[in-house]
Design a protein around this ligand. Structure first.
Ligand SMILES: Nc1ncnc2c1ncn2[C@@H]1O[C@H](COP(=O)(O)OP(=O)(O)OP(=O)(O)O)[C@@H](O)[C@H]1O
Length: 264
């Protein structure tokens, strides 16, 4: 099955994530609602791939499937060469740590009753029980360029951009390989957005990360992505290296997205 995944040749960077003909959707009271239809893409190690498309095109649905928040209905998801799409939640456990997600609204993901130190220690306790957690919390706060004193405060005491950094520190705690970022900067103003994008860029090299970056903002995508997958109504309409996409958008939908972007 899915033998059309190309062999990796010598010197080529191996894909960390390979999605082949994935089909996703939701069970609703009125029946099965298909959302993502036979979509193919891959993310090479160290690369940033952006998923773009209008609201409702299926971007977050793909992200949810990658961390098994919803099941794969058809097709194949391979992580580091291994088929993970049809694993049970228990079988998927070893991979769950390697794929971390950050969301647009960190407040929803951070328990407001816990201090930052507790929020970051939580995944450490689970995955690295023998580690000196206090030391690691300090290191992770420094990695996301927050003062170490932040650890004694609560999420509500921070700005949106700072909360996003806390969420990133928490995600980094388990040493992921793939960071799935679902509209992580959409709620932030432009200056804060730019700083957070710079941070993600520097964490990529310092922590050996690969990024799948979901956004509807093409200005952001142009800044951060190596390749872009354009989704329309759950179908792939374009899949290209970023420079090429902006220079030579082939699909009318891509051209429409680019024309609709206020930066151009
Ligand atoms: N739990 C659910 N049950 C039923 N339908 C859902 C559910 N979650 C999402 N959908 C539908 O799936 C489609 C794709 O939604 P999705 O959130 O993946 O889009 P998106 O491209 O990420 O959009 P946005 O940019 O607005 O987040 C939409 O029609 C949405 O209404």
């Amino acid at each position: 099955m899915f033998e059309n995944i190309p062999e990796v040749k010598d010197g080529e960077v191996r894909p960390l994530l390979e999605c082949q003909e994935i089909q996703l959707g939701y069970s609703t009271p009125s029946g099965w609602k298909p959302v993502v239809n036979r979509v193919d893409f891959e993310v090479r190690k160290g690369e940033t791939v952006a998923l773009v498309g209008e609201s409702g095109s299926g971007k977050s649905t793909i992200a949810k499937a990658l961390v098994k928040l919803i099941p794969l209905r058809g097709g194949s998801i391979r992580f580091d060469g291994k088929e993970v799409g049809n694993l049970s939640p228990v079988e998927f456990q070893p991979y769950r740590k390697k794929i971390q997600m950050i969301f647009q609204d960190p407040l929803k993901a951070l328990n407001p009753r816990l201090k930052v130190s507790q929020l970051i220690e939580e995944p450490l306790r689970l995955h690295f029980p023998k580690l000196d957690r206090a030391k690691r919390v300090d290191e992770l706060l420094q990695a996301v360029q927050l003062p170490v004193s932040s650890k004694d405060r609560f999420p509500s005491e921070f700005s949106g951009g700072q909360r996003q950094r806390i969420l990133i520190a928490r995600a980094l705690a388990v040493e992921p390989e793939l960071l799935v970022c679902d509209e992580p900067v959409s709620a932030l103003d432009v200056t804060i957005q730019a700083r957070l994008l710079e941070l993600l860029e520097s964490l990529k090299s310092s922590h050996g990360l690969t990024l799948l970056f979901i956004s509807h903002d093409l200005a952001v995508v142009q800044q951060i992505a190596d390749r872009v997958l354009v989704l329309q109504n759950g179908r792939r309409v374009e899949w290209k290296e970023t420079g090429q996409l902006f220079k030579n958008p082939e699909h009318p939908y891509t051209r429409m997205l680019i024309d609709a972007c206020p930066t151009w």
